[in-house]
Write a protein that binds this ligand. Structure first.
Ligand code: RET
Length: 264
């Protein structure tokens, strides 16, 4: 039976709570600031709202699945699995990414000022590579170390296939940000927009790092490995959804003003 310390149990509970609370707060922010942006940039705010609702709900379910998985031990000194037949898993996260990854990738196209045939091309490439990256990772996580049906070969193989799609995503996003930056040469928003590239590289790469954390169960112990994974996922979620969305929103507002939009 998996035993985890009270500290680990509580840290994970708190971190998961921080995750969905941040999405709820950011949801309001994106709704309330939507009209600071001209209609041309508003689809980016709308997509942020879609991302926040999905993340709020699924991260809340992820939190519930954690609190249902464990109970305090009879001796009150640790947490133990509530039922040996039910394990905590990251399933909800993958469903959230399936919705949010294409939305996050597409929303930047509006701010970057990419239009016409180029818009359609990026939209298709982002949607296809983003969804395949998540689906292949979803298959892989069923076999991660520590699960009843653990199979390290399959876990690594699907993780590798997912990484190939991830590299395509990185290539496309780099191009989009370069093109967007060229489109806003005279804008004060340009340095903020350019900062999104390093933010993206770091925030998105935390996900595959978190994916491999179960490999360290032996060295770190089950509790620490699983807690590190949840902390990493939460940091990545807040950076890739909330901070990214806020930066895009700030750039949209600057561009709207510079283009003569007075606000509504
Ligand atoms: C997986 C599987 C292992 C290999 C790779 C992965 C990449 C995941 C990424 C997820 C990004 C999620 C975002 C969610 C926001 O809502 C699937 C973990 C490369 C990059 C941005």
């Amino acid at each position: 039976m998996e035993r985890i310390s009270i500290e680990v149990y509580e840290i994970v509970s708190h971190v998961l709570t921080l995750g969905f609370a941040a999405m709820g707060a950011a949801l309001l922010y994106f709704i309330l600031t939507k009209n600071d942006n001209s209609p041309k940039y508003r689809p980016s705010s709308v997509l942020s709202v879609v991302v926040m609702v999905s993340a709020f709900l699924l991260l809340f379910l992820q939190y519930l699945s954690w609190s249902d998985a464990y109970v305090l031990s009879a001796t009150n000194d640790a947490y133990v699995l509530a039922e040996e037949t039910r394990l905590f898993s990251n399933g909800y996260r993958y469903l959230n990414w399936l919705i949010d990854v294409p939305m996050l990738l597409i929303q930047i196209l509006f701010v970057a000022g990419i239009t016409g045939a180029a818009f359609t091309k990026y939209l298709r490439n982002f949607a296809v590579t983003g969804v395949l990256m998540i689906l292949t990772g979803y298959v892989g996580q069923f076999y991660e170390p520590g699960r009843a049906n653990e199979n390290v070969t399959l876990w690594l193989l699907w993780g590798f296939i997912s990484t190939v799609f991830y590299i395509f995503v990185l290539v496309y996003i780099t191009r989009v940000i370069k093109e967007g930056s060229a489109n806003m040469k005279k804008s004060k928003g340009r340095p903020i927009f350019e900062f999104i590239l390093p933010l993206f590289y770091v925030a998105w790469t935390i996900y595959p790092v978190a994916y491999v954390m179960p490999a360290f169960i032996e060295q770190l112990g089950y509790g620490t490995a699983i807690a590190s994974q949840q902390v990493l996922y939460t940091v990545a979620d807040i950076s890739s959804k909330v901070i990214y969305g806020v930066l895009l929103n700030i750039v949209s507002t600057i561009l709207s003003k510079e283009e003569g939009y007075e606000g509504a």
